[in-house]
Design a protein around this ligand. Sequence first.
Ligand code: GLA
Length: 384
Amino acid sequence: MTHSRRLGAAATLAGVLAAAPAAAATLNTAPFGSTTDGKPVSLTTMTNAHGIVVKFMSYGGIITQIMTPDRHGHAADIVLGFQTLHEYQTKSADGGLYFGALVGRYANRIAKGHFSLDGHDYTLPINNPPNALHGGLKGFDKQVWEVRPASTSGHSVGAVLSYTSVDGEEGYPGTLKVTATYTLDDDNTLAIRYQAITDKDTVLNLTNHSYFNLAGVGAPTGVLQQMLMVNADEYTPTDKTSIPLGQNVPVQDTPFDFRKPTPIGLHIRNNDQQLIWAQGYDHNWVLNKRGDATRPQLAARAYDPASGRTLECLTTEPGVQIYTANFIKGIYAGNGGIYRQTDAFTLETQHFPDSPNHPAFPTTELKPGQNFDSTTLFRFGIRH
Ligand code: GLA
């Protein structure tokens, strides 16, 4: 697939600044094959007035494509992905890639697949030895979600994805009813709002696992030259199995200091034990928060000097896991060619890894009668 399609001037982000929206945002859902166990899957396409296209599947709520224009109006797909459902069911699942996925019930790791809640011990499948990762063997990323259009204004379109996770699924207590609302607006923002209720005390941590490359997927340079700012004074260092040690540590004088825009690759080869264990960045940053915590606040900003594309991420979540595709080593070909380490970065907004075993971390418990409500915004732009 080509990743440079010329867009008309009115459809570019440059046009955003100059002119009124050319056309209303659109949403369209079409069949996209069936899972290996015969469940029909749909692909929904959202577009906005400025040439941004976001596609996602009902399978795993997976975002398969995000097309955004560069500073010259050339559109490219800025997330790693595959062409077919089959490839997501095989390559992405076998490789533990989680490309574009809606991850749950518990995004990130739970140490040794074990936690206690209200005096009960729970055991989860160990799918990332010695730990449980990203919701288990068949987490939310491998379930087929119900998709229906969301009611929105003329300047945005959206869809509500729903899934009911039964009591005991993948070892987690309580029947959980969860929705994720994906909205694209004419301010070039993709919003993901997660809501959930449970009928028993449980733990919950939801994220989106898109792998971004602002130069466009398949760009041979990867993301090492792309600039990243992370609004975090601290991060949570881990043991060699990526489980937090328990303390928040200042980023100052470490390769984790992205408080000012810094090339992703500047310190990635530093002789640092954290980077060696993770084979790159694969860590949770503790986001700086001010005032109203129910309002999405700045988590990170990325910028590709070559194309001019920018990405801003805001969230209500306390942390963000940034992962530089460390475990992708040229085994899988997808849109744009063979994928390798440092071809992309993730911005997995989330609660901290292994929170159920760290009472001092912000809680991930959800109780009957509580409404889980979490929002993350990805705002696309260009800089000239
Ligand atoms: C997260 C984890 C990584 C890896 C990826 C998926 O980013 O922290 O270690 O498992 O998901 O491959």
